[in-house]
Design a protein around this ligand. Structure first.
Ligand code: AQP
Length: 395
């Protein structure tokens, strides 16, 4: 049996026990193991050697209703990835949500609602692992270790912290500052390779790589694979309907700034009708370059207009050039009703399914509990290995 390539056969050293624990979770048999003996042992990642498919991890905060930004920038892509050659793990990151105040009376329902949004969007818990973060303690356990690996200087550069903390930096929680180290733990505890996110999370994924690399270097191991940000689809950054320079966000105080996945047809139509635009007519397809992109200069001159056009293009799965060819020379009086009809058509089914799922909270809880069991089959042996690398005594 040979190591490497696409072989399913794995050679193990001291990691044998952890490997045996994780084997059933990966659908492999004990016979697939071949222990080469201690002489050839290197500190390396046993789990990684098992993997025949890349692992995808991503999360979403149950910090409010799910927005069109979350859907187009993340959830829709997650649904598509589970039908490609990946093992997908999707998490309601409630530990992240409490980095800003969450009403305890609402948090559980918000977690169920976000789960309902994933399921209603086609994420299948029989294909992907779907769970909530606080049910898998290894995330927080690894986060503490990574807090001791990450450097203050790195966290000081995080733009999301600067934006969320604003001028009142002294008063925000320590958790909000340490958020990216927990996010690194979320991904590294699965040895995940790919992290599908919206554009706003790119810097955090880069930080995960730095943290993983420093851990590997400090402990002299080749343990954590370094994850990649997967940023794809036509709407990697959906902007506020009130301000085309600001990201559409769950926590924006203005309800009119976002479309929620639970909005009914009237609310969607009203929000699009009132969305900020400009007085000019829409340009033709000549503004789209050969690479399918529009220059930053052109977009920045009309951020609200291009935000709505991009939403239309992504929702309809059509190119920007074909949308512009259709609406060239028309004003927003023509374009907005067409966008509203499209959004209602595409989102209506999802919000109806969300309502149906939310009417049975026990079933959502069952899905999450089952997902947590599957997740822990992966995280527990990896954490055990990490504890050994760090030098913690076995309990
Ligand atoms: N406007 C957006 N456009 C594209 N992608 C977006 N995402 C969020 N907003 C947009 C992507 O959705 C995933 C889940 O995000 P999150 O809930 O974990 O945190 P967030 O990025 O901070 O989202 P919000 O809506 O802005 O939440 P609050 O207001 O609570 O901070 C991520 O992949 C994110 O990129």
């Amino acid at each position: 049996m040979k190591e490497g390539g696409n072989s399913r056969f794995i050679f193990l050293g001291r990691s044998h026990c952890a490997a045996l624990t994780v084997f059933p979770a990966l659908g492999l048999r004990k016979d697939d193991l071949c222990n080469r003996g201690r002489r050839r042992f290197r500190w390396s990642c046993p789990i990684r050697k098992f993997m025949t498919r890349e692992r995808v991890f991503s999360g979403i905060q149950p910090s409010g209703g799910v927005t069109l930004g979350n859907y187009l920038g993340a959830i829709r892509n997650w649904e598509r990835l589970q039908h490609q050659n990946y093992d997908c793990i999707y998490c309601m990151v409630d530990l992240h949500a409490i980095t800003v105040w969450q009403d305890p009376k609402l948090l559980a329902d918000q977690t169920r609602q976000v789960t309902a949004a994933l399921l209603a969007s086609g994420i299948d818990p029989n294909i992907s692992i779907v769970f909530h973060q606080s049910a898998v303690p290894e995330h927080a356990q690894l986060a503490w270790i990574l807090n001791c690996v990450a450097r203050l200087g790195w966290l000081n550069r995080m733009t999301q912290f600067k934006e969320k903390a604003g001028k009142d930096r002294e008063k925000v929680s320590l958790g909000l500052y340490a958020y990216p180290a927990l996010q690194a733990a979320d991904v590294l505890i699965y040895h995940a390779h790919q992290v599908p996110v919206g554009e706003d999370q790119k810097q955090h994924v880069e930080l995960m790589r730095d943290i993983g690399q420093k851990f590997n270097h400090d402990f002299g191991v080749d343990f954590f694979p370094l994850p990649n940000a997967m940023i794809f689809g036509g709407s990697t950054r959906v902007m506020s309907l009130r301000d085309g320079r600001k990201k559409m966000s769950k926590s924006d105080p203005s309800e009119m700034s976002r479309i929620n996945m639970t909005d009914d047809a009237d609310a969607i139509a009203q929000k699009i009708r009132k969305a900020k635009t400009d007085a000019a007519t829409l340009p033709g397809p000549e503004v789209v370059g050969d690479d399918g992109k529009i220059s930053t200069e052109i977009e920045e001159a009309r951020p609200e207009a291009f935000n709505l056009l991009r939403i239309y293009s992504t929702l309809s799965d059509r190119s920007m050039a074909s949308i512009l060819a259709e609406f060239e020379g028309k004003g927003f009086g023509d374009f907005k009703p067409a966008l509203a009809d499209l959004a209602i058509e595409k989102l209506g089914g999802i919000s109806a399914e969300m309502r149906r799922l939310e009417s049975d909270p026990a079933e959502i809880d069952r899905v999450l509990a089952e997902g947590a069991i599957k997740a822990r089959r992966i995280t527990a042996p990896i954490l055990e290995e990490i504890y050994r690398i760090v030098g913690f005594l076995k309990a």
